[in-house]
Design a protein around this ligand. Structure first.
Ligand SMILES: Cc1cc2nc3c(=O)[nH]c(=O)nc-3n(C[C@H](O)[C@H](O)[C@H](O)COP(=O)(O)OP(=O)(O)OC[C@H]3O[C@@H](n4cnc5c(N)ncnc54)[C@H](O)[C@@H]3O)c2cc1C
Length: 447
């Protein structure tokens, strides 16, 4: 683009070579983006101001990108857009032990954010299974969930303040570092989970809690998959709230066992749940006895992963499941629907009734299930579309929704627009118009 010559970015790295641009056309979704005009890695407020000036004048988009692990195509370039890779945005991780807060730049790896808190005897719970490889900024922009969301809630619950680039080309601070604040609607919270359509998150301050001192990790293999489905509701009703409650259905477990890494060969059961508790006293005999009573007869199969090595192995297997399935079935489509935990059994009967040939794993404890259509590549596109629409309608009818954690991005945009109350879509569009009148931030995503 001729006009790119007018882009003056004193501190940024600018990529325009097609080979260098190619990786930016992908994330972890099944989609491929357009070739961007350029990829820019800004390092200063001057760079950002110039990017906004240029995009507004030339009518092109600015697509924020963290580590590109998103599963909804949110960071993929659309036509006439510049990818803004925030990986080099400056800043360091700061912790206030007195305030129980942590401030970090968008460029920080989420693993470094979590590790820094842990080393200070504190805990930042958000843990998308991509935490070793995703950026703090991306986790904020997608309001990432993860296994711990079951007990600790999603990223949104932890955010106090956000610094963001706005359409006027300036960096504004939304919220404060105080753990309590109540001054009208929270604009910081609007930015969290907005997938880059209102502006670009540059740094944030989040809450921390004291680090849990005890853990217990349990494997619950079952012969009948159905016997797992009531458990999240049953456990909560009995007063237990696991810090994680994950599962593999029989098909995913069989895939892992047959084709997965060596450690997966030893996974027990026809279907398998992984339960973790981090309450004080959770390793005591009394706690385990009470838990077994709440679980009922299937608790006879319960196995305790007592050693750290065993626990790490289980979690690393859980974390690799998404990538493993994608490598085995490159054309699969993966959804991350959610239903209230009390409706999980109804969800599975609905899948059968609607003839949706899905395999599932994920966050059973909060009803956020990863539903994979492994054969999507070999199925007529109109049939895949029918299956997806039926899947989303089923979740909405059960009081859930079409995304529990990955967001809308490009992948779910059409379904989101088709299935959401038009009044609410109108409100989101009005907000978009107010925050970003020229429509430069992540155009074509979400709405
Ligand atoms: C193996 C694997 C497991 C996963 N497990 C989970 C899980 O358990 N829970 C979960 O929620 N997700 C999960 N994900 C999805 C994804 O990793 C997370 O959503 C992650 O937080 C995205 O971070 P990222 O830095 O890669 O963002 P990207 O993919 O780079 O971007 C994601 C979206 O955020 C926008 N964005 C990125 N940075 C900014 C910014 N600074 N300002 C404004 N907008 C921005 C992008 O435009 C895009 O719309 C998983 C992904 C993989 C590959």
């Amino acid at each position: 683009m001729e006009a790119m010559l007018n882009l003056r970015l004193p501190h940024a790295t600018v990529l325009t070579d097609p080979d260098a641009l190619a990786p930016y056309r992908q994330d972890e979704s099944h989609l491929k983006g357009s070739e961007p005009l350029a990829v820019v890695c800004p390092r200063s407020a001057v760079d950002l101001r110039e990017l906004v000036r240029f995009a507004t004048a030339e009518g092109c988009g600015l697509v924020p990108r963290g580590a590109g692990t998103g599963k909804a195509g949110g960071c993929l370039p659309t036509a006439r857009s510049i990818v803004v890779d925030l990986g080099q945005w400056p800043g360091r991780i700061d912790i206030s032990r007195q305030n129980l807060t942590l401030t970090a730049p968008a460029s920080a790896w989420l693993r470094d954010v979590k590790d820094s808190a842990w080393e200070a005897n504190l805990f930042y719970p958000p843990d998308p299974n991509s935490w070793p490889i995703c950026a703090f900024g991306g986790s904020l922009a997608t309001n990432a969930g993860g296994p711990n969301a079951c007990k600790y809630g999603m990223t949104r619950h932890w955010v106090l303040a956000v610094d963001a680039l706005m359409a006027d080309g300036e960096i504004h601070t939304f919220g404060t570092g105080s753990v309590k604040q109540n001054v009208g609607p929270s604009l910081a919270q609007l930015l969290v989970g907005s997938e880059g359509i209102f502006g670009m998150i540059l740094s944030a301050t989040v809450r921390l809690v004291p680090r849990p001192t005890e853990f217990i990790t349990l494997l619950l293999p079952v012969a009948e998959f159905q016997s797992l489905l009531d458990l999240p509701g049953t456990l909560c009703a009995a007063g237990f709230l696991p810090s994680a409650f994950e599962f593999f259905d029989p098909a995913v477990l069989a895939e892992l066992r047959t084709h997965g890494p060596e450690e997966a060969r030893r996974l027990p059961g026809n279907a398998l749940a992984i339960l973790e508790f981090d309450d004080r006293g959770c390793t005591s005999e009394g706690f385990i006895e009470a838990l077994m009573e709440a679980l009922g007869p299937i608790s006879e199969q319960l196995q305790i992963a007592s050693e750290t090595r065993q626990r790490d192995q289980i979690w690393s297997l859980r974390r690799l499941t998404s990538t493993f399935l994608k490598e085995r079935h490159p054309k699969k489509i993966s959804e991350d629907i959610v239903v209230p935990r009390s409706r999980i059994p109804d969800f599975y009967s609905g899948l059968e009734r609607q003839q949706i040939p899905a395999v599932t794993y994920g966050h059973l404890g909060d009803g956020n299930l990863h539903v994979n259509l492994l054969g999507a590549g070999e199925t007529e596109p109109c049939e895949v579309e029918r299956q997806l629409l039926a899947l989303f309608r089923l979740c909405i009818d059960l009081g859930g929704n079409l995304s529990g954690e990955h967001g809308i991005g490009l992948a779910k945009r059409d379904a989101f627009l088709a299935l959401t109350d038009p009044h609410q879509i109108g409100l989101i569009r009005a907000l978009k118009g107010a925050w970003d009148p020229a429509g430069i931030f992540n155009p074509g995503k979400v709405i």
